[in-house]
Ligand binder design. Sequence first.
Ligand SMILES: *[C@@H]1O[C@H](CO)[C@@H](O)[C@H](O)[C@H]1NC(C)=O
Length: 128
Amino acid sequence: MVKLIVAIVCCIVLTTPMIQADDIYTSKYDNINVDEILKSDRLVSNYFQCLMDNGACTQEGDLLKKLLPEAIKSDCAKCSEKQKNGVEKVIRFLTENKSDLWKQVVAKYDPEETYSQRYLEKLKKAKV
Ligand SMILES: *[C@@H]1O[C@H](CO)[C@@H](O)[C@H](O)[C@H]1NC(C)=O
């Protein structure tokens, strides 16, 4: 019995920090102003080049590159509300205004289009 308790406590102690770190993406960049970025063709282009490994990445670009594939796959399950809004804004913007860029991003990060299709359907529904 004591052994079992020790084992359980060890497990909890060992896994807790990992769960927390993995639970929600860093909020360090929660204050990125997505609207500001989307308004600027230059910034959009910079982020796009970063995503496609064609250009230098800012710190934010690096983060986006890490988050985007997983966010698409998991419906942004680990995003904070703010990040979720940001990601949805970006995806809406890209699909509506920059569909050529969106296609290239999808081709690179979701070649089967499984996740992006699902995401778009969700966005469509959310709009109605
Ligand atoms: C598309 O671009 C226009 C003009 O820049 C902008 O006003 C609009 O909000 C954009 N659409 C989306 C979904 O962001």
